[in-house]
Design a protein around this ligand. Structure first.
Ligand code: FAD
Length: 431
């Protein structure tokens, strides 16, 4: 007879492993299916892993999880071609309590999925889930690409990431339009530990994150440079619609960005070890699909739960995975796996920071897609850098004149004072 599970979880990313771990620990009979040769094999992120949401699942995980460096400083650089205005925050307080770490998904995802396996989850790798199986309206299992690969369960937890094949099968996930997703390309660059520590002003296990805007050929995007133990994670993500419009290949963009004087010096001498690309859902609050139905739930990137303003995704994925698991454990007690019986998941998401944070930025997607990216991501960063340059250049021009020149430059870049005020107001509202 075909084995019947309490839950099938599709995808061993942060969302799926969190769900599998919690349910297995509660004694439920769960199976976690991953298409990769092993979890994390093809997964990439920036990436920063946050303490709070994983600690809610595995207390003191940092004592055993494969983490790279403890982030004590976060920098934001606004770049023009040759210059940069830098802001940031460094604080010893980020060490106690820990705030976040840099990490590499190849190691992290394997560790997390193994924790679920040790808790009792049946993990199956190199297996692609190709469809859901329904009985009437209710989802009762999944079809895999294996021979006799149908599996049945009370609930299917869909955690298969941004392209969510299963979300499409459920009818809650359409093809993303190019202005709802970014394409990120990333390199992992090997560099001796001592060099990293010297260049980034670090001691011991400390780490730094740098994000940068501007210098992306006028496309809406963001770059990142993170310190790992003996590698750097370096990449840039831009809206797919802009890449199409500009006919730029992502690796050309990355190569160009590397030449920026502030980045070139930090990267030089390093050796690229890996290169990968991945999509990031950026449709925001309005793109979140229904989160559950009869016999199914959807979590993490598959449900668009990404806060790209704060580059938070793994923590939202893990939290949604935890909420899904908790709701299934409740439903297990009542025996009701219908939409109504699983509604505890939607309620938890709605009451949490996941929903509230995404709601806070609900206008941002429209702001970005309605405004001209060459203005926000090219002209304004350039004007800001020029203003900073003029204010700091000691050339005998009185400061009051300089201030006027600087203001004029920024206003002109924005297309006039009215436009600047409008843009400022729209941006403020969106944030
Ligand atoms: P995923 O991590 O995508 O996992 C989905 C899993 O499902 C994968 O293992 C995949 O192989 C598997 N799968 C897919 N389809 C199938 C199928 N049909 N059958 C079986 N298995 C399947 N977040 C942060 O918190 N911090 C960061 O610094 C950060 N930086 C980022 C930088 C980049 C360049 C990118 C692309 C993302 C970044 N994110 C970051 C976002 C974060 O990576 C995601 O939000 C997070 O990984 C989502 O987790 P998930 O479990 O929902 O999906």
């Amino acid at each position: 007879a075909t084995e019947h599970f309490d839950a099938i979880i599709v995808g061993a990313g942060p969302a799926g492993s969190a769900a599998a771990y919690i349910m297995a620990k509660a004694g439920l009979n769960v199976v976690l299916i991953e298409r990769g040769e092993f979890p994390g094999a093809k997964n990439i992120f920036g990436g920063v892993i946050y303490r709070k949401q994983l600690e809610d699942i595995i207390p003191e995980f940092w004592k055993e999880a494969p983490l790279e460096r403890q982030v004590i400083e976060q920098r934001l650089w606004i770049l023009s071609d040759q210059a940069g205005v830098t802001i940031g925050h460094r604080n010893e307080a980020f060490k106690e309590p820990n705030n976040c770490w840099t990490g590499l998904r190849v190691k992290f995802d394997q560790w997390f999925a193994t924790k679920a396996e040790q808790a009792g989850s049946l993990n199956i790798y190199e297996t692609v889930v190709i469809d859901v199986i329904r009985e009437g309206e209710k989802v009762v299992g999944v079809r895999t690409d294996r021979d006799q690969g149908d599996l049945y369960a009370n609930v299917v937890v869909v955690a298969d990431g941004v392209n969510s094949l299963l979300g499409k099968a459920l009818g809650v996930h359409r093809e993303w339009s190019p202005n709802e997703v970014s394409l990120a390309v990333k390199e992992v660059i090997a560099m001796p530990k001592e060099k990293i520590m010297d260049r980034f002003n670090l001691e011991g296990n400390e780490g730094v994150t740098t994000e940068f805007v501007g210098n992306t050929m006028g496309m809406a995007g963001l770059g990142f440079l993170y310190t790992n133990q003996d590698t750097l994670s370096f990449g840039v993500g831009v809206m797919v619609s802009d890449l199409k419009k500009k006919r730029v290949k992502p690796y050309e963009l990355l190569e160009g960005v590397k030449q920026h004087p502030m980045l070139r010096r930090l990267l030089q001498g390093g050796e690229t070890k890996e290169y990968a690309g991945h999509l990031i859902p950026e449709g925001g609050f309005h793109s979140i699909p229904p989160l559950s139905g009869d016999g199914w739930m959807i979590c993490g990137d598959a449900a668009q739960l990404v806060n790209f303003v704060h580059r938070e995704g793994t923590n939202l994925a893990m939290t949604s995975g935890r909420f899904a698991a908790e709701a299934i454990i409740e439903a297990h007690e009542t025996g009701d796996f219908s939409r109504v019986g699983l509604a505890g998941y939607d309620r938890r998401v709605k009451e949490s920071f996941v929903h509230k944070d995404l709601k806070k930025y609900k206008g941002l997607h429209h702001f970005l897609s309605d405004s001209d990216p060459s203005l926000t991501f090219d002209k304004l960063p350039k004007a800001l850098n020029e203003a900073a340059y003029q204010m700091l250049l000691v050339d005998g021009v009185p400061k009051s004149d300089k201030q006027k020149i600087a203001m004029r430059g920024v206003t002109q870049a924005a297309g006039g004072l009215m436009n600047m005020v409008k843009l400022g107001a729209q941006g403020w509202r969106a944030m």
